[in-house]
Write a protein that binds this ligand. Structure first.
Ligand code: 13P
Length: 254
C-alpha cells in the first residue's frame, strides 16, 4: 500500500559542481526505475544546479532541502525559508538530530518549521531518534513519542495525511557503521511511531504515513530493513554519496 521511499541526505557535502556530477550519475543509474520514490537532499547552495538540470517532466528523482526557517522572510541572517525553496524542491528534512543537537533545535521550533513547510506546499521528512544514553536508560519510547507529538502538536490530520514522512534515526546509529537491528527499528517504527500517530490522528492516517529508518544504512543491510512491515524505506547519509551504492539502495526497494 505504501510506496517505498529512499531519501539521500548529503549533509554538508558536495557544492554545485560535485553535486551535479553525482546527480547525473545517480540519474543515469536509476533511469526508468519505478515503484519507489527517490529524493535527493543536497546542501542549499547545490539545490539550484540540480533543479536546473532535471528534466521538466517525468523525472523519477525528487529534490529536497535539509532544513528551513519557520518564517517566510525577514531579518534572519543566514537562513532560508520554505517559500524560497518551493521553486527548487518538493521535500524538506526537519528536525534532524544534527540540527536538534548541533543547533539546539527544540520540538517547539521544529513544530513551527513543520507548519512552514506544509504551508509552502512542500513535504516534510520529520526526523526523530533517541541518543545512546536514553536508549540505555530504557527511554526510547518516551523520547520518540515526545518528539513526534510535540513536533506535530496542532497540525490538522488533513495537512499531514498525504505529505508527512517520519524518519526514525537513532542517534547512536548515525555515521557509526553500526545500524540498529532491523527488528528493533521495526519495533520503534510500529509500536512507538505508528502507535503515537494512531493515538493522535487515528488508525487510518497512522497506516498511511511512511516511516523510514536512518542510521548506517548500506547496500548490505537495506534488504533487512525493507523486509520489515512497518519500515517503508530509508534516509541515507554516507552511502548516498556514492552513485553505485545509492543506486543499489534504491533498486533494493524497487
Ligand atoms: P548515515 O547513513 O551516514 O549513518 O547517516 C544517516 C543520517 O543521518 C541520514 O539523515
Amino acid at each position: 500500500m505504501r510506496t517505498p521511499l529512499i531519501a539521500a541526505n548529503w549533509k554538508m557535502n558536495l557544492g554545485p559542481e560535485g553535486g551535479l556530477a553525482l546527480y547525473r550519475e545517480v540519474r543515469r543509474r536509476l533511469q526508468g526505475v519505478r515503484g519507489v520514490e527517490i529524493v535527493l537532499c543536497p546542501p542549499f547552495v547545490t539545490l539550484p544546479a540540480l533543479a536546473a538540470a532535471r528534466p521538466a517532466t517525468r523525472s523519477n528523482i525528487a529534490l529536497g532541502a535539509q532544513d528551513c526557517h519557520w518564517a517566510s522572510h525577514g531579518a534572519y541572517t543566514g537562513d532560508v525559508s520554505a517559500p524560497m525553496l518551493r521553486p527548487l524542491c518538493e521535500w524538506v528534512i526537519i528536525g534532524h538530530s544534527e540540527r536538534r543537537e548541533g543547533h539546539g533545535e527544540s520540538d517547539a521550533l521544529i513544530h513551527k518549521k513543520l507548519h512552514a513547510v506544509l504551508d509552502a506546499g512542500l513535504r516534510p521528512i520529520l526526523c526523530v531518534g533517541e541518543g545512546r544514553a536514553a536508549r540505555e536508560a530504557g527511554e526510547t519510547a518516551s523520547v520518540i513519542r515526545g518528539q513526534l507529538l510535540d513536533g506535530l502538536a496542532d497540525l490538522p490530520a488533513a495537512q499531514v495525511r498525504e505529505p508527512l514522512v517520519v524518519a526514525y534515526e537513532p542517534i547512536w546509529a548515525i555515521g557509526s557503521g553500526q545500524a540498529a537491528s532491523a527488528v528493533e527499528a521495526n519495533r520503534v517504527a510500529g509500536i512507538i511511531v505508528r502507535a503515537a500517530l494512531s493515538d493522535h490522528y487515528g488508525e487510518q492516517i497512522a497506516a498511511q504515513v511512511r516511516v523510514l529508518y536512518g542510521g548506517s544504512v548500506t547496500p548490505a543491510n537495506i534488504a533487512d530493513f525493507l523486509r520489515q512491515p512497518d519500515i517503508d524505506g530509508a534516509l541515507v547519509g554516507g552511502a548516498s554519496l556514492d552513485a553505485a551504492s545509492f543506486a543499489a539502495l534504491v533498486k533494493a526497494a524497487q
